[in-house]
Design a protein around this ligand. Structure first.
Ligand code: NOJ
Length: 505
């Protein structure tokens, strides 16, 4: 059977603004990413996903795209992008780019024309707003000079497209072709369940991601992905698409992952699960029985970093649980999405000063919500201030890094076998080797309370979510543990990979 590369791939999310700055302006860029590709090859990931680097006024960190076929000067040039793709492929890394089809920037030529009264039907204009709210806070409608209102489910600088207009559909097929022709291996689709809104835009009582919502997940959206799939399939080299799909059930999620639609969809159920064996087991069972191609994710650029989520729920456990959850996730069938900096054990930066913050969530909630800047603080590459190697010279990065980042920097962790970085490298190397000989299934073994044991052929994964150390299940060798084992016992907040025999069953 031909197994497509993406089925078990480990994909590393690069939030471009915060990964590495080569130009020396304090903001990460494409040449910065290119310089660090060998680091990612050595980490052992299969692919990178680049967050938007297109021309943008940055009302939402680039998720407000003014031109879908270019590169913002802040991030480099199209030639820089092409060089990055060539180098990545040379190192055996695939490249996914972010596509933002639900909305453009208000600076996009189409929206500027719409404001002048030309082509308003490409967006959602109405004489009167309904009661929908922006996901970032406040009304989802902004009035323009002649009295009409336009819909924006996110910031006012992100007007929603009208996907009922075939021009929008044709435009995005062309945008996909533009990047496919430049060698990208696939797309991460922003707000993939958005796009269509219910006819008539009825008021809502509840705007969450329910199946019956008039705001999200309209059935027409599946037609878009069927067309996109045909386009991807027409290109050589297994091009793929992964959707950012928020739904209230895995059944709903599975509707996007079909042989003639998206290849994958993010599975936020794993990220949202509390530290509990019952919750973990349920998410694993439900996912594997519902979604044909599973994905797993613990952190991304929109959520509090998982080390800090665990730490907040149970102080003193954050890093240990983060490492144990990662080891468990990497043992599961399917692909794993990592977020830059988690391999360093970076925590959320919770004390950014208000004047440094840039996320529209902070502003639209009038400072009531901190927003997402805390997980977007630039990566520390070295111990040296002022930017810990993020920017060249003495440049300050666009968000201030806390002093604690020095100890967590790549330089500090490299070669230290106890470090989180070396732990990730070992886990990814072992996983790569294991994948050749383990089945795409999970079998549960009996386990003590608070603990999960599962096998995939010769691999046994054990995670202790309880409060006492437990004996390890029978095995021949220990492959890797997320923390120290104590005399054959698995301590709390620890996971381990064990190997038994060589039978696959
Ligand atoms: C999801 C992206 O991940 C997030 O960063 C962005 O703010 C919204 N979509 C709107 O584009």
């Amino acid at each position: 059977m031909n197994i497509p590369w993406w089925r078990d791939a480990v994909v590393y999310e690069i939030y471009v603004r915060s990964f590495a700055d080569a130009s020396g302006d304090g903001v990460g860029d494409l040449p910065g990413v290119r310089e660090r590709l060998p680091y990612l090859r050595d980490l052992g990931v299969d692919a990178i996903w680049l967050t938007p680097f297109y021309p943008s006024p940055m009302a939402d960190g680039g998720y407000d795209v003014a031109d879908y076929r270019g590169v913002d000067p802040l991030f480099g040039t199209l030639a820089d992008f092409e060089a990055l793709v060539t180098d990545a492929h040379g190192l055996g890394l695939r490249v996914l780019v972010d596509i933002v089809p639900n909305h453009s920037s208000s600076e996009h030529a189409w929206f500027q024309a719409a404001l002048r009264g030309d082509g308003r039907d490409r967006y959602v204009f109405r004489d009167r707003p309904n009661n929908w709210q922006s996901t970032f806070g406040g009304p989802a409608w902004t009035q323009v000079e002649d009295g009409q209102y336009y819909l924006h489910l996110f910031a006012p600088g992100q007007p929603d497209f009208n996907w009922r207009n075939p021009e929008v559909h044709a435009e995005f097929l062309d945008v996909l072709r533009f990047w496919l022709d430049r060698g990208v291996d696939g797309f991460r689709i922003d707000v993939a369940m958005g796009l269509y809104k219910a006819e008539g835009l009825p008021d809502v009582g509840d705007q969450s991601f329910t199946t019956s919502s008039p705001v999200w997940g309209q059935p027409e959206v599946h037609g878009v992905y069927r067309d996109w799939r045909r386009l991807l399939d027409a290109y050589p080299g297994e091009r793929m698409a992964v959707g950012e799909v928020w739904t209230d059930s895995l059944e709903d999620l599975a509707r996007y992952v079909r042989p003639d639609e998206l290849h994958q969809s993010f599975n936020f159920a794993w990220l949202e699960a509390p530290w509990s064996p019952t919750a973990f087991r349920k998410v694993i069972d439900d996912t594997l029985s519902t979604v044909p191609f599973a994905t797993w994710v613990l952190s991304n650029h929109d959520v509090v970093r998982h080390r800090t989520r665990y730490e907040t729920a149970d102080p003193g456990t954050g890093l240990a649980r983060a490492r144990a959850a990662l080891l468990t996730m990497l043992a599961l069938p399917g692909s794993a999405y990592l977020y830059q900096g988690e391999e360093l054990g970076l925590p959320e930066v919770t004390d950014l000063p208000a004047e440094a913050r840039q996320d529209p969530v902070f502003f639209q909630s009038e400072g009531k919500l901190p927003g997402r800047d805390g997980c977007r603080v630039p990566i520390p590459w070295t111990v040296d201030p002022p930017s810990h190697g993020f920017s060249p010279g003495g440049v300050e990065p666009w968000l201030p890094q806390p002093a604690t980042f020095a100890e967590l920097s790549v330089d500090k962790q490299e070669g230290d076998s106890d470090s989180t970085l070396e732990f990730y490298r070992r886990a990814l190397a072992i996983r790569r080797d294991l994948l050749r000989r383990i089945p795409y299934t999970v079998e549960w073994l009996d386990s003590p309370e608070g603990v999960l044991f599962f096998t995939r052929g010769p691999l046994i994964c054990a995670i202790n979510c309880g409060t006492h150390a437990v004996p390890l299940p029978g095995h021949d060798s220990v492959l890797l543990a997320s923390g120290p084992l104590r005399r054959g016992m698995l301590p709390p907040d620890t996971a381990v990979w064990l190997e038994r025999g060589s039978q696959t069953g």
